[in-house]
Design a protein around this ligand. Sequence first.
Ligand code: AMP
Ligand code: GLY
Length: 429
Amino acid sequence: MNILILGSGGREHAFAWKLAQSKKIEKLFIAPGNAGTALVGTNIPVSVTDFDAIKNLVLKNKINMVIVGPEDPLVKGIHDFFLADELLKNIPVIGPQKDGAQLEGSKDFSKQFMMRHNIPTARYETFTKETLNEGLRFLETLQAPYVLKADGLAAGKGVIIPTTLDDAKKELTEMLANAKFGDASAKVVIEEFLKGIELSVFVLTDGNSYKILPSAKDYKRIGEGDTGLNTGGMGAVSPVPFADEAFIKKVEQRVIVPTINGLKKEGILYKGFIFIGLMNVNGNPQVIEYNVRMGDPETETVIPRIKSDLLDLFEGVANGNLHEKSFEVDARFATTVMLVAGGYPEEYKKGDEISGLELVEGSFAFHAGTAQQLATNDQQPVVTNGGRVIAITSYGDTMEDALKRSFANAERIQYKGKYYRKDIGNDLK
Ligand code: AMP
Ligand code: GLY
């Protein structure tokens, strides 16, 4: 089969690395990809939201399946675009249609969905510019800290957690009356603050049956001890030690089954990944959010732990026979440490040469934000091309072993301004 992966991060390099090992693969393309995906497939410089250009490249390269990495094209309806096109409609897309993608595209939709299907989540209300005053009064009924969520996609920045009532009121006013996040904050969800440890559980579904993928925990803040600004994710650990069989069983019964059944009941045919962000509140899972894709950097720990042929699983999703597919997980831990550019998540430089990639030993270096620089001589150095640069993933019989390897290799890679968190996994020890 000829496969196209859409995206350009560490998640997509991990997908590409895994799919390249499939017996069923003929040609692998990644659009737009990065210097790492170029090692296992062919990059094509097309944007993930340029549907017409994607159509051309799919037809030209006789692509048999498209795997969508990020949420943007899904929320914008790439799957619907394929289904509506005579030439594309039989080419399966892994990722939900627009209706299912609302689980991530609208916080209000996802909260209402959870309410309709009795899925445990924080108490909430939704407000608009017209109901700003009610929103301000609602804040007064809650205890600090306050959780304010822009309804729409806001590049991961749409959740604000003020610690005082005054700040919460100011933020709500900024979001609703002053359109702080543009259209994305035309509606704002205010919810109760949940206290506990976060983790993510991932599900792959063909719309009926599902496979529960390994759990993972990511580290969102830039600073050690979970301080400072939010990032896309600074590292990950899989499995999450406290998410034992009994806990995952609760997640399955209280969250996964009602989610899959709820989608079916509402006539939403969902084919793809469901990423369930959870808070473990005294041993009970509460849903913080749904995403309609895999997480990044969680994918870099989850995918290496899947022993089964990923393309075979994707065929199960496409053909509706996922339940017939074997699914095996590596018992070892996998840990990912993310190397980022100096200054990230605020302003940072691109184009700095990366050295030492060939010195990495006993870990995978999944490229996140890298590019191959065009040079006049034969050498085409790999340079930084994003805030998150390289994800270093290692296996270990224990979490500590795996982390030790990731940190050792983090030292071997060099570029100007390199930074990484040295406390990944510390809270789980
Ligand atoms: P989200 O984009 O919904 O995942 O929110 C971003 C982050 O905000 C989450 O990863 C949590 O750390 C935090 N968060 C969101 N909702 C809540 C909540 N109800 N209680 C506590 N923390 C939350
Ligand atoms: N690492 C969090 C995310 O992918 O949304």
